[in-house]
Design a protein around this ligand. Structure first.
Ligand code: FCB
Length: 443
């Protein structure tokens, strides 16, 4: 166990151009619900049994009121960049105009970041779809992709040149599969026939938004953030390998292959026709719009075995695991980056999320989260290994700046490098936050 984060002396990750940041998302931290329209996560939280602790995002970290001190906190960590997301229902009215009060909230944040020389990495969609759009079918409705384009158009004009980087979507896999197939995220729709349809409209939304970003914000780095949970076979039997390859195509490649190759993985032919997305002529041209960067979120891997009824069966995650039950397996991070780099002609990569949930304890005003430091150390090393094998990684963001609303887990899982006391809203930098600061400031 280590209490300091280190990298080899010659590591590219120690250069001043390598960007270190912290990440958050609107619904997970903001609260301030009186100043925005309802979103699908409000509705999901209000549905009994959906969120583990029965909580919601109405106050969260009260960042809506505490944003100034939170930016001071970010600056005190010494990071180069802050990745935040914009709440669509805060900035766009039901009739599709800008809501100036909501826009001003973000303009104040962006101006303050600029004043302190912290680069703003803005994600336009981190899962908080306006509820009135869900009422019209949400991501199962093709029109939502065009609504997203219009929102991206208005907001990027309003933000002007304040943004260093735009990501259109965060983790379309989660929106599509968890939201419209497994039903464990908002809007909680269940059915294999829905996931791929939602995914296609999300990717279309991404491509359409890229068109307007290129026009309105040509100087920012514009791209998308995908999550990857690399799939491994339980054994080296041919059947297990086949099962894990299928899962990889279904969960991971499904979201990246269309971006670069303009087509879905070939396993589509093995899926029943009712599960297929409706791909119209010209869609793939829109989806393959060139991106300036690929955001990669990585937390864990998963392991599969062959199964006679389904294409794959996921086995329980082995130890060691974080507090949310995800296996700690940093080697998969290196292997993922190297394999993506081999499969696709990638632009520069930012690691837009990486981090660990731990059962933190605040003792005498401190959180000694050595397990999280260890996680970060091993995953920074894993990124460094990938860079040494030729992958171009230009930055790394810790998930998360602070403990926050962890979706279906509510406030039970803590991912922050800063501790949040939800009763008092007091923030305390954890040992991991201090170690991250030390790594960054001593480059
Ligand atoms: C990712 C999400 C992020 C956070 C982490 C733990 O899937 O993008 O909001 O919940 O997982």
């Amino acid at each position: 166990m280590t209490v300091k984060l280190t990298l080899p002396a010659q590591s590219k990750m120690l250069s001043q151009d390598f960007i270190y940041g912290v990440a958050t998302a609107s619904f997970q931290i903001e609260g301030g619900e009186n100043n925005r329209l309802p979103c699908i996560w409000d509705t999901f939280c209000d549905t009994a049994g959906k969120v583990a602790d029965g909580s919601n995002g109405l106050i969260a970290c009260d960042h809506y009121n505490l944003w100034q001190q939170d930016i001071e906190l970010i600056e005190s960590l010494g990071v180069d960049a802050y990745r935040l997301s914009i709440s669509w229902p805060r900035v766009i009215t039901e009739s599709g105009e800008l809501n100036q009060q909501g826009v001003d909230f973000y303009l104040d944040i962006l101006n303050e970041l600029q004043r302190r020389n912290i680069k703003a990495f803005v994600t336009l969609y981190h899962w908080d779809l306006p509820q009135h759009l869900e009422d019209e079918g949400g991501w199962l409705n093709r029109a939502t992709a065009y609504k997203f384009r219009d929102y991206a158009d208005l907001i990027s004009k309003a933000f002007g040149d304040r943004v260093y980087s735009y990501a259109t979507l965060n983790e379309p896999f989660c929106s599509a599969f968890l939201g419209y197939e497994a039903g464990i995220h908002a809007p909680g729709i269940v059915g294999k026939e829905f996931g791929k349809k939602a995914a296609h409209h999300l990717l279309l939304a991404h491509g359409l938004a890229m068109q307007v970003l290129e026009k309105n914000s040509p100087n920012s780095k514009n791209g998308i953030v995908l999550n990857f949970t690399p799939c491994y076979p339980e054994s080296d039997s041919e059947a297990d390998i086949k099962a894990s390859d299928f899962a990889d195509d279904y969960f991971n490649q499904w979201y990246i292959k269309p971006l670069f190759d303009g087509e879905y993985p070939e396993i589509m032919s093995q899926l029943p026709a009712e599960h297929h997305p409706e791909v119209l002529e010209g869609d793939m041209e829109i989806i393959t719009h060139a991106i300036d960067f690929l955001g990669v979120n990585f937390y864990t891997r998963s392991i599969y075995r062959a199964n006679s009824d389904e294409h794959f069966f996921q086995i329980d995650a082995p130890e060691p695991r974080t507090d949310i039950g995800w296996e700690i397996y940093p080697k998969a991070f290196t292997e993922l980056l190297v394999s993506l780099n081999e499969k696709y002609s990638l632009p520069a990569i930012y690691i837009t999320e990486n981090g660990a949930a731990m059962a933190d304890k605040l003792v005498d005003g401190a959180v000694n989260d050595i397990g999280r430091i260890d996680y970060y150390q091993n995953h920074l090393n894993a990124v460094n290994d990938a860079i040494e094998q030729g992958v171009q990684v230009n930055g790394y963001f810790a998930w998360s700046l602070m403990d926050n609303f962890e979706w279906a887990e509510g406030y039970l899982k803590r991912f922050g490098i800063v501790h949040v006391d939800y009763d008092t809203q007091v923030r305390t930098i954890k040992a991991s936050g201090l170690a991250y600061n030390d790594l960054i400031t001593n480059r």
